[in-house]
Ligand binder design. Structure first.
Ligand code: ADP
Ligand code: MG
Length: 223
């Protein structure tokens, strides 16, 4: 379980996160929505241990973010908003490279299987020849190499084709339901959020997303 308790963050007097509290259970997919600048990426960065909150406590499977950062990192897969891949290298070479940086050992067949599972079949093609959707899938596959229990995804489906979006959605569902992973992801696609998420949290000052989701018969929670 991930517990977020009274988390706050301010940048130069601008309060971005204001005493945020919620929990995530294994198997749950959480959607985080809000206008640009609402603080979604800030929140994911903090959960990924890449940035520190000003106050509040965070625990993942009873480990404290303050005391057990090293162990916590091994449990986290993070896909940032900007794709970070080796463009000149093939899918296979990228997977092998990131496997070496990871804490676990996976052989080539296992790495290839990870890609196949999300319908990424361009194993020997250079990344620069892939579509945006394929690159996203590769990013996601890389984040799963060490089998994390918490997956943090910052707008994983923005700007990619519908087919890849659907395939990524189906894959995330499967990861949560079958492998008991906790998934927190951000998106501006309300259909996708409604279809995929068990719980939807709205952050930021603008009530737009909250109102839209409410009108569509959902039960969003304001943070
Ligand atoms: N490192 C930083 N330094 C200063 N301000 C920041 C920093 N990171 C984010 N911000 C500010 O915090 C606010 C929230 O940003 P962000 O979390 O990226 O929002 P979102 O992902 O919801 O669009 C924005 O006003 C942004 O300018
Ligand atoms: Mg963002």
């Amino acid at each position: 379980m991930l517990s977020i308790n009274k988390l706050s963050k301010t940048f130069r007097k601008k309060q971005v996160l204001d005493s945020i509290t919620f929990t995530v259970n294994p198997g749950e997919i959480i959607g985080l929505v809000g206008e640009n600048g609402a603080g979604k990426s800030t929140m994911l960065h903090i959960l990924a241990t890449l940035s520190k909150p000003d106050s509040g406590t965070l625990t993942l499977q009873k480990m404290s973010y303050d005391k057990d950062k090293k162990h916590i990192r091994k449990q986290i897969g993070f896909v940032p908003q900007d794709i970070a891949l080796w463009d000149e290298f093939t899918v296979k070479e990228n997977m092998l490279f990131f496997e070496r940086l990871s804490w676990t050992h996976k052989n080539e067949d296992e790495l290839q299987q990870l890609c196949f599972n999300m319908k990424l079949d361009k194993w020997n093609q250079p990344v620069k020849t892939l579509s945006g959707g394929m690159k996203r899938k590769l990013n996601l596959a890389i984040s799963l190499i060490h089998d994390p229990s918490l997956l943090l995804l910052d707008e994983p489906t923005v700007g990619i084709d519908l087919k890849s979006r659907k395939e990524i959605g189906a894959y995330l569902s499967e990861q949560a339901k079958r492998n008991d992973k906790m998934i927190i992801y951000t998106s501006h696609d309300m259909d996708e959020i409604e279809n995929l998420c068990d719980t939807i949290y709205c952050i930021g000052k603008d009530p737009f997303y909250f109102d839209v989701l409410k009108k569509a018969g959902n039960n969003p929670i304001l943070l």
